[in-house]
Design a protein. Structure first.
Length: 507
């Protein structure tokens, strides 16, 4: 049976097209990972699947583990999802049956639940016999307690994600209509959530009252689009209208767009790491271009931590805007010091211990003639565990540099993130209980300096109170005392889950 025939066979009300997919591993680089990218569109009279596909491609940097699209033609919802990059999951054959004028898409990096097919999104559920699909960017902090309560009340779970908690709360709400059921669910979840919910006739968006993760509203040809970042609007030539406000609930249907404030905003706390690293440099947050903000971070860094050097280089690509800014403010020339292999991506081969260091060299190779014999400033956006930075330093010395002055365009990371960013546990942070001088010695560089929180705020040019800096200063905007166990795989490892029946097959 062809894929198209299988699709048709499964195109019954609310039935998902299930397809098992590949698996992926990655070299264990010292990287920070975003959780997800989301994209939704309501476009009367149009087929939206292809538009969502392009929107998700623009948001690929936010999550590379799985991708999915759900569309509604006004009567049925059909979902297609699989493990892998957007471009490897979707093709002409599997996009063609996704017919409908409303849709949502998701690209995932897991911060709760394993990278397995059943955890990919959008998730599908029903409310009083009415189908809905949900896509989530963020991380709930009261997942375990809500899940246990739901299970005690008879709810069943098919995944190990926090997103399914929200879906389950909606599904089991006693309210009369889905909008009220969503309000019910949102009133008990805590943490970070930018959500898209698709019903047969509506596209809905909700942003948590802290506004941790970005979410924007755009328009194209009179139709509405909601996306994680403005770069996803640009790719489909849509116009940016505004950011979705923290605590806002948007409902888009045949009557147009309605907005309500769902939750009171006690404290705005946009994730400052979106501005340092996660959001694409061509995206806008707070009406500010991310490249320019990062350039200013580099300028501030040059003022706070000057260096006597011949050349400024970056750790590409994320360190480049700040390196260019450092160069502009210090008047030390900027040059490319590394060539980045952009085609490595994910690998199916787990490296053995003796070639583990290949991970960094696979991605970065120094331009030896450019840097040999020079005193260089190396600008990067952050240091997590320090092992990647150490390998970079070794590569630079092997390439013949005379001095290395490492400059980091963010403050030292010392506290874990509970709001949707996968970085490290507290003990893994190199800056945990170590001074900058300790880290300098460990890395073996001639000097090391980080941008201060005040310098970061000056570079952003917005009130400090509007942002979350918890991973730098431990000031968590949403109470984290409810976290029973901080473990990405806590639900996967929960015995109770294994005993639950599931009707979804995974490999
Ligand atoms: S703790 Fe750090 S990474 Fe997490 S939301 Fe706050 S600023 Fe962002």
């Amino acid at each position: 049976m062809s894929i198209k025939e299988e699709y048709k066979k499964n195109l019954t009300k609310g039935k998902k097209f299930l397809k098992t997919g590949g698996n992926s591993n990655n070299f264990n680089l010292d990287e920070i990972h975003e959780e997800c990218g989301i994209f939704g569109i309501y476009a009367s009279g149009k087929n939206v699947a292809e538009i969502i596909f392009y929107g998700l491609q623009a948001l690929q940097h936010r999550g590379q583990e799985s991708a999915g699209i759900a569309v509604s033609d006004g009567r049925n919802i059909l979902i297609y999802k699989d493990l892998g990059l957007v471009s490897s999951v979707f093709n002409e054959q599997n996009l063609a049956p996704l017919q409908g004028h409303i849709g949502i898409g998701h690209s995932r990096y897991s911060t709760k639940g394993k990278n397995v097919w059943r955890n990919s999104q959008p998730l599908f559920r029903t409310f009083k016999g009415q189908s809905f699909a949900i896509a989530h960017n963020g991380n709930l902090i009261n997942t375990e307690s809500l899940r246990r309560t739901q299970i005690k009340n008879g709810a069943r779970f098919e995944t190990s994600t926090d997103t399914e908690i929200i879906a389950s709360l909606i599904e089991t709400s006693e309210k009369e209509n889905i909008e009220d059921a969503i309000r019910d669910a949102i009133s008990v979840i805590k943490g970070s959530f930018s959500l898209l919910i698709l019903t047969c006739d509506k596209l809905m968006a909700i942003r948590d009252p802290n506004g941790f993760r970005p979410m924007v509203l755009g328009t194209r040809g009179g139709n509405y689009i909601i996306a994680s970042e403005t770069c996803a609007l640009d790719i489909i030539d849509a116009k940016f209208i505004r950011e979705v406000d923290p605590g806002e609930f948007l409902i888009i249907d045949e009557n147009g767009l309605r907005s309500q404030m769902l939750l009171p905003v006690k404290r705005r706390s946009m994730c400052v790491f979106e501005l340092i690293y996660f959001a694409r440099p061509d995206s806008y947050i707070y009406n500010k271009n991310m490249y320019e903000v990062r350039h200013k971070m580099g300028e501030e860094l040059a003022k706070e931590a000057p260096a006597d050097a011949d050349l400024v280089i970056s750790v590409p690509d994320s360190g480049t805007p700040a390196a260019v800014g450092y160069s502009a403010a210090s008047k030390i020339p900027y040059a490319e010091g590394f060539i980045k292999n952009r085609y490595v991506g994910r690998t199916f081969i787990q490296p053995s211990q003796d070639i583990r260091e290949i991970g960094v060299r696979l991605k970065l190779n120094p331009l030896k003639d450019m840097i040999k014999g020079k005193r260089i400033v190396v600008v990067d956006d952050s240091i997590v565990r320090g092992n990647t930075s150490k390998q970079i330093v070794r590569m630079l010395y092997n390439a013949g540099v005379k001095e290395i002055h490492m400059r980091i365009s963010s403050p030292p990371l010392v506290h874990p993130c509970f709001y949707g960013i996968d970085m490290a546990t507290q003990t893994e942070f190199i800056a945990n209980h170590r001074t900058v001088e300790d880290i300098r010695k460990y890395l073996g560089v001639d000097s090391l300096a980080y941008l201060s929180i005040d310098g970061l705020v000056r570079a952003i040019g917005e009130p400090k109170a509007d942002f979350c800096f918890a991973c730098f200063n431990g000031d968590y905007p949403v109470d984290i005392s409810e976290i029973i166990k901080y473990d990405k795989f806590s639900i996967d490892n929960d015995d109770r889950m294994e005993k639950l029946p599931t009707n979804i097959k995974t490999r």
